[in-house]
Design a protein around this ligand. Structure first.
Ligand SMILES: [Zn+2]
Length: 586
């Protein structure tokens, strides 16, 4: 302890009292400071931090807010968490999957210090520092929003989170450009993630950062610091709190193929609680819109029709999060709180299936709320309106010659490694939906095409699998049925980006799904079906339309492309790991 500390504690104590009694006369304060410094052995004070209450777009004026959990020392650290910046100090570390020699990594440093009043009052920067100097405002912002979220959940769940593993919170996150095929220099990276320490698959990323704890990593771009946005910080903290019990994640086999609902639900719940804690249903109007215009997630907007079938967990998650938000708005304050508690408890319960679907979680929630006498009519209506209940089929009607476009820029094609546990792994991972098209009379051939995007390689140490390899499954006059071990139907591997199938006499409807025979996940877009009067020569069809090196094409830059990269590289590995472990337990 330095000699200065007792008086700073005393000043803060006075300031705290002053705050509560509406401004003590300034002349009196110094006298009290002296007295308190002499006689009081003060505990940790209730410090405040200068923050954006929500984010620089929604609430452009910074405010001094009391910290929900007092730091135990000068830097922003307490038993539950420690906040540090990613500083560029020339450190290097070995990441064998990226380079045979060590690459640049940041040094974790805490820059935030309290002023003489005990407050963390560093002003925000207009843009993140180009040289990677730590940002005390970003640290204080992250500390404030993480601790207010932890405290919110403690109140909601009626239990202390003190026993949970301590969090490392890294702000102003930077990664070497070598990860992206560029020079080995540290550059800010958009995105944020929660990585539990008990997931061994995340170990390479933690080793790169130099931390072993449960991790909340918050990135930046040259113009936007994600830690300034409560939406981002609360979302990740909600993941950390809800990551208990059976841990909702992964995919679920259904009659129509593979449902990506569990992954989407994990994001939906994090977005929902971000909206509840901040009181603002728009998620990321500063951070996400700052990376790609109009990419914030508005829980009050009507989601695009195919959102739930894209496999983009954030976009699909809005379908469910929006239903919860809409239902909550109709409730009294007391019921809203019980509603929130029921959601958080369901998510954390060991008997909630880890691969629960939206309709199932919705029905469970209705049941829970009815048991605690909360009116469920608004929730039931919201679930109906968003076509979550009754359980819909994942069948999309298309017209011949039209291209089915994903509102997320691409449809995910999960690979066999992600689609199922090792014990039940089959050679083919189902697609997320099937399309139905009417067959005109007199045609002989169904010809399909899609734009194919490369699968993402895992760079954090997960062994790469075989690349995505799309196979068209085609059934006539009845949908493909994945309730049977392997659905009936014709299999047509895509040649380049095209497949062709002869149509049996009398068939009136075709059901088509793109399944993945590769181990790695990938994606595709613009699925299009046309009909031909006669089978063309295979060679000409393929050369014309495959566009050459189809797999080398990169997925379009979507709003969450960078986030997806990080979560893809780290998260997909985690999904695999979790599935593997679930299998071991079973
Ligand atoms: Zn998330």
């Amino acid at each position: 302890m330095s000699l200065l500390e007792p008086s700073r504690v005393a000043i803060a104590l006075v300031e705290d009292l002053a705050g509560r009694t509406q401004r003590w006369p300034r002349v009196v304060a110094p006298l009290l400071v002296a007295l308190v410094a002499l006689f009081v052995d003060a505990p940790a004070h209730a410090a405040r931090a200068l923050v954006y209450p929500v984010n620089p777009v929604r609430t452009p004026a910074v405010e001094l807010k009391s910290l929900a959990i007092a730091p135990t020392g000068a830097s922003l650290e307490s038993p539950l968490l420690r906040v540090r910046s990613c500083a560029d100090r020339g450190r290097t570390t070995l990441v064998p999957t990226v380079s045979p020699t060590p690459i640049r990594a940041c040094t974790l440093e805490a820059a935030a210090r309290p002023n003489d009043d005990g407050d963390y009052d560093a002003p925000p920067r207009s843009v993140p520092d180009a040289r990677g100097e730590p940002d005390a405002f970003a640290e204080a912002s992250a500390y404030h929003h993480v601790t207010r979220t932890l405290t919110f959940f403690e109140g909601l769940l009626g239990e202390s989170l003190a026993g949970r593993p301590p969090l490392d919170v890294v702000v102003s996150g930077r990664l070497s450009d070598a990860f992206f095929g560029g020079d080995d220099r540290l550059a800010p990276r958009a995105g944020a993630l929660y990585l539990p320490a008990r997931d061994g698959a995340g170990a390479p990323f933690r080793a790169y950062l130099g931390t072993e704890r449960d991790l909340i990593w918050v990135g930046a771009t040259p113009s936007v610091d994600f830690a300034y946005d409560a939406d981002v910080v609360v979302h990740e903290t909600a993941h950390a709190v809800l990551d208990r019990g059976s841990r909702i994640h992964g995919y679920r086999r259904t009659i129509d193929g593979l449902s990506a609902d569990p992954e989407a639900l994990s994001e939906a719940l994090a977005d929902y609680f971000a909206a509840v804690v901040t009181g603002d249903p728009v998620i990321g109007e500063y951070a996400l819109d700052g990376v790609a215009p109009a990419s914030a997630r508005d829980l009050e907007a009507t989601p695009p029709e195919l959102a739930r079938l894209t496999g983009d967990p954030h976009r699909a998650g809005v379908v469910f999060a929006g239903a919860l938000w809409s239902a909550r708005r109709a409730l009294s304050a007391a019921d809203a709180s019980r509603f929130d508690a029921a959601i958080a408890e369901l998510a954390r319960r060991p008997d909630t299936p880890s691969t629960v679907k939206m309709d199932e979680l919705g029905a469970l929630l209705v049941e829970e709320l009815q048991a605690s006498a909360v009116d469920t009519s608004s929730l039931e209506e919201a679930l109906r309106e968003r076509r979550i209940l009754p359980t819909p089929r994942a069948i999309v009607d298309v017209r011949p010659d039209g291209a089915l476009l994903s509102p997320a820029g691409a449809f995910l094609a999960p690979g066999t490694l992600a689609a199922s546990a090792p014990s039940t792994r089959s050679a083919l991972a189902p697609g997320l939906f099937q399309v139905r098209v009417a067959i005109p009379s007199g045609v002989k051939v169904l010809r399909g095409s899609a734009r194919i995007f490369a699968s993402r390689a895992g760079v954090w140490g997960a062994p790469p699998g075989t690349p995505m390899s799309l196979v068209a499954l085609v059934a006539w006059d009845a949908p493909l049925d994945w309730d049977s071990a392997e659905p009936q139907g014709v299999r047509a591997p895509l040649d380049g980006e095209v497949f062709e199938v002869a149509i049996p006499d009398g068939a009136r409807e075709a059901f088509v799904q793109l399944a993945n025979a590769g181990e790695e996940s990938g994606s595709y877009d613009a699925l299009s079906l046309t009909f031909l009067d006669a089978m063309p020569s295979p060679a000409s069809a393929v050369i014309e339309d495959s566009g050459g090196c189809a797999l080398a094409r990169r997925a379009p830059a979507s709003s969450l492309h960078e986030l997806a990269w990080l979560l893809g590289a780290v998260g997909v590995a985690l999904v695999r790991r979790r599935r593997a472990r679930a299998h071991e337990r079973a």
